[in-house]
Every structure is written in structure tokens, then in C-alpha cells.
Write a protein that binds this ligand. Structure first.
Ligand SMILES: Nc1nc(=O)c2c([nH]1)NC[C@@H]1CN(c3ccc(C(=O)N[C@@H](CCC(=O)O)C(=O)O)cc3)C=[N+]21
Length: 283
């Protein structure tokens, strides 16, 4: 039976560390501030946004939320992002994705000032990650690295396989593992003999978006298995990309869903907000 990597415990530890730092910042008159924009009333998005607000409260970050109706126009949303870009009190801007169909998502997200890109989604941030220079790291991949590190495992020299190549998870995940000196393979929907490749992994990161598709036969004995998936199973229950019940018997360590990567994404978002506020002070 594998070691359970507890994202709730580790994310709470990170938030406690950030809370300390924010207390010190506040003593110097600086309060980090995150603006969260939610368009429409998708219930899953509403839950995430609520979790983010709660995390802000815990850490001592001021959160401003903008909950706009489903029929918000492109122009209205652009105006809001522009005003938040210009607002010196706002350190980070998060536009909750996905956006409704009438909105040009690409245009809205690329409007966000790179200094306030706490999601780490912009070309500036991904470029900095690629070059290994200072910039915001994408929250989910950064959370995965922290989970591995704080559980006492090293990445250096390990065979790392990332399944999934999305801009928000797979690609930045591979770059971060590379930066940690892992030997990195990116597998995806067109990969041939997927199982052969995943079975090589000492560290396997599943970011596919398909419920329980990683089975015990896809995993090497003793692997560290990180599940980024957020799916609903046949009973409507939240589950990952990994068939947890099977794989836990074979892995050295495994993350659950929920309670694994999800809470870490939020902790790293808090980290990026504090970093944004810290950088502003240095300017
Ligand atoms: N601009 C933007 N940035 C994001 O970071 C972003 C986004 N849009 N759109 C949606 C996805 C999804 N996402 C999650 C964050 C935390 C949990 C999380 O805390 N999950 C809990 C359980 C939550 C539940 O019970 O539903 C867990 O895994 O334990 C899940 C999903 C951030 N996203």
C-alpha cells in the first residue's frame, strides 16, 4: 500500500508560512490583494472561487471578487480587466476559466498585465519558466513540485512522464520537472504505446482529463503517482485520471482526488499573490 501524499496537509503548511510572511508585510503597510473575476454561474467554478476566497482570508490576502452575469459582453469584461490592471492596490488578477461563449477568452487573458499574472498563464510567465528566469509559475504544476519535494522525494535524475500537454498543466509541468533535473517525457493523446511509456516513469503525472484511465498495469512498481485529473465518475463523484484503488497497491506514493493537487493549486496561487506584492515593493 502506497504512501498517501496529503495535499490538504501540505497546502495548509504552505498557507501558514505565507500567513507569517503577510503578517510581516502588513506591519510595513503592504497588504497583498487578489482580484477574482467570475463570469456566469457555473457551479464548479463557483466552488473553486469560494475556495480561493477562503484561502485569501486564511493567509491575510485581501480578495476582491467580481461576479458578472452570464451575458456579460466582451467590452464590459475588457473594461474591468483594464481598470484592475491600472489599479495600484491590486497585485494579482485571476479570470476564472472557462468563460462563456460570447467572450474571446484568449483576448481577455492576454490583456492581463504580466506583473499581475498570478495564474502564470501568460507568454511572459511561460517564457520565463522556459528560460529559468524570474516569473510567475503556473499554480498547478508548481503545486505538484511542492507536493513531491515536501513529501521528501527528489526529482533529479528521475524518469518523469507527464501525460497531457495542455498549456495550463502539461507543458509547464514538463518544464518545471526539467528545471528540477528530471528526465522528462511528455505523452499525449497521439502517443503510441502509452502504457509502455508510463511504465518507465519513476514520477508519473497524469493530466489527461479522463476518469480513471491510468490503471495498475500502466504504472511501474514503486513509482510516485501524481493525479492532476478532476473528473466525475459514473456516480457523479469527483475522481482523478488515476484508478486510485488499483494503483495504490503498486505505487510508492500517490495523491488522492480530492485532497491532492487541487488544494495545492490554491496554495500556489496564494504564493504568487504574495510574490506579486513583494515585487511591487521592490520597484
Ligand atoms: N484562471 C483560472 N485559474 C485556475 O487555477 C483555474 C481556472 N481558471 N479554472 C478552473 C481550474 C480548476 N481549478 C481548481 C482549483 C482547486 C481545486 C480544488 O481545490 N479541489 C479540491 C476539491 C474541490 C471539490 O470538492 O470540488 C480537491 O481537489 O481537493 C480544483 C480545481 C483551478 N482552475
Amino acid at each position: 500500500m502506497a504512501v498517501l501524499i496529503d495535499g490538504k496537509v501540505i497546502s495548509t503548511k504552505i498557507k501558514e508560512e505565507l500567513k507569517q510572511e503577510v503578517t510581516e508585510m502588513k506591519a510595513q503597510g503592504i497588504t497583498p490583494c487578489l482580484a477574482v473575476i467570475l463570469v456566469g454561474d457555473d457551479s464548479a467554478s463557483a466552488i473553486y472561487v469560494r475556495n480561493k476566497k477562503r484561502a485569501c482570508e486564511y493567509v491575510g490576502i485581501e480578495s476582491r471578487s467580481y461576479e458578472l452575469p452570464e451575458d456579460t459582453t466582451q467590452e464590459e469584461l475588457e473594461k474591468l480587466v483594464t481598470s484592475l490592471n491600472e489599479d495600484e492596490n491590486v497585485d494579482g488578477i485571476l479570470v476564472q476559466l472557462p468563460l462563456p461563449g460570447q467572450i474571446d477568452e484568449e483576448k481577455i487573458t492576454t490583456m492581463i498585465s504580466p506583473k499581475k499574472d498570478v495564474d502564470g498563464f501568460l507568454a511572459d510567465s511561460i517564457g520565463a519558466l522556459c528560460l529559468g528566469t524570474e516569473g510567475f509559475r503556473s499554480c498547478t504544476p508548481a503545486g505538484v513540485i511542492e507536493l513531491i519535494r515536501r513529501s521528501g522525494y527528489s526529482i533529479e535524475g528521475k524518469e518523469c512522464v507527464v501525460v497531457g500537454r495542455s498549456n495550463h498543466v502539461g507543458k509547464p509541468m514538463a518544464l518545471l520537472l526539467l528545471q528540477e533535473n528530471g528526465t522528462v517525457t511528455i505523452a499525449h493523446s497521439r502517443t503510441k504505446n502509452l502504457g509502455e511509456i508510463t511504465r518507465r516513469a519513476d514520477i508519473l503525472v497524469a493530466a489527461v482529463g479522463k476518469a480513471k484511465i491510468i490503471k495498475a498495469c500502466d504504472v511501474k512498481e514503486g513509482a510516485i503517482v501524481i493525479d492532476v485529473g478532476m473528473n466525475r465518475d459514473e456516480n457523479g463523484k469527483l475522481c482523478g485520471d488515476v484508478d486510485f484503488e488499483q494503483v495504490k497497491e503498486k505505487a510508492e506514493a500517490i495523491t488522492p482526488v480530492p485532497g491532492g493537487v487541487g488544494p495545492m493549486t490554491i496554495a500556489m496561487l496564494m504564493n504568487n499573490c504574495v510574490e506579486a506584492a513583494r515585487k511591487k515593493r521592490r520597484e
